[in-house]
Ligand binder design. Structure first.
Ligand SMILES: [Zn+2]
Length: 83
């Protein structure tokens, strides 16, 4: 019954192991970030725009009505004219 495993079986086994490993890694990271988020304040304050940038990965850019510079939507323009 159990002969020499074929390359195909070894590949599938490797993929399964890698999948399980990545799954637990992602789950652990998600739980860690969740506990971090609950420790800090959950509300997003404009002063923490750098942290928002980290957990979002992408930012909405808006144009400042006063100086026409493009700034992240969650942050205030340095000229003070936004918002
Ligand atoms: Zn501005």
């Amino acid at each position: 019954m159990f002969g020499i495993p074929s390359i195909g079986k070894l590949l599938i086994l490797g993929l399964v192991i890698a999948g399980v490993y990545l799954f637990f890694k992602a789950a652990g990271r998600r739980e860690q970030s969740r506990s971090n988020g609950s420790k800090k304040n959950t509300g997003r304050t404009p002063s923490q725009n750098q942290e928002n940038q980290d957990d979002n990965g992408s930012l909405d850019m808006v144009q400042c009505p006063a100086c026409k510079a493009y700034i992240p939507a969650k942050s205030k323009c340095s000229c003070g004219g936004n918002g």
